[in-house]
Design a protein around this ligand. Sequence first.
Ligand SMILES: *Cc1c(COP(=O)(O)O)cnc(C)c1O
Length: 363
Amino acid sequence: MSISQLARANVLALEPYQSARRLGGKGDVWLNANEYPLPPAFGPRPGNLNRYPACQPEGVINNYAAYAGLRPDQVLACRGADEAIELLIRAFCEPGHDAVLFCPPTYGMYSVSAETFGVARRTVPARDDWQLDMPAIEARLDGVKLVYVCSPNNPTGTVIRPDDIKRLLELTRGRALVVADEAYIEFCPQATLAGWLADYPHLVILRTLSKAFALAGLRCGFALAGAEVIQLLLKVIAPYPLPLPVADIAEQALSADGLALMRARVAEITATRDWLAGALRGCDCVLEVYPGAGNYLLARFDPASHAFKALWDQGIILRNQSAQPGLQECLRITIGTRNECERVVNALRALTATVDSPRKEAM
Ligand SMILES: *Cc1c(COP(=O)(O)O)cnc(C)c1O
């Protein structure tokens, strides 16, 4: 028997998540993973590395709870929001029986994590304006245990209408959990659903230090929920999910000084994003720039492959989203430094739109 014949059938069939790192590229302008463009100045303080760390380090949990306006028993710290996506499936979904529901185009890990555990994936495509298709979701909730809603949505940048999420919470009460992925919420803090946790014991909110906190390399994220959900997640999490240096840096990033730095970064990225959106609209090869609430913009190109390749060859690496449903000819551009965004615009201005594809004026 070959080794691969020993693997589970769904793992053999699995298409792994195409992370920006796996896709590679040789560049000096990395705008394909929604990272912050510059490294923050944190470093680990000396500690007792001979000892196992706490499962849920108090300093991290208390700081995050204070930041989110919650009690510490409503916060779980884990190895990035990605781990929380997976812990929820492990704690709530019976393989071969339960399903998770999500609305493409959206973040890819909901699908990959469900598939890894042999849990059915039910997809309800978003509407043309990338809001939730509520009647279609309502018709397909049977057997669903988890509904993942990403807001602001990656990669479209759409903030999902709160009324629709409220309706979804009413529809799922006693039947399923609604998981609001708020990985980008620091860029539109007024849109958080954290205040709703008191009313909905089946609401879970995912957060991360990877985006606005500029710590993608740290691998630290959070699940926010009622204490009952948190206790169940603590049953399935690894005994020592956060390495000591990670907990130490996370605690610093969530201190008053750390939060002030984060808010300054958000203000700067938001200003650059608004500048980039205007500049892109002036490029001949750009058909449409969608309003984006995160640290990235989605734009439709004429055509996308041409722009993507031309920039790639100049060491400017964007994310091609054309393979996602409804996103033909779309590229996602992470907001880097002002200088990096100017390089994107200069490179695009130098392109002439291809003659045989529909021009902007004709659309
Ligand atoms: C980046 C991202 C994550 C993963 O965050 P990590 O904490 O780095 O694992 C989760 N959800 C969305 C929507 C993201 O864009």
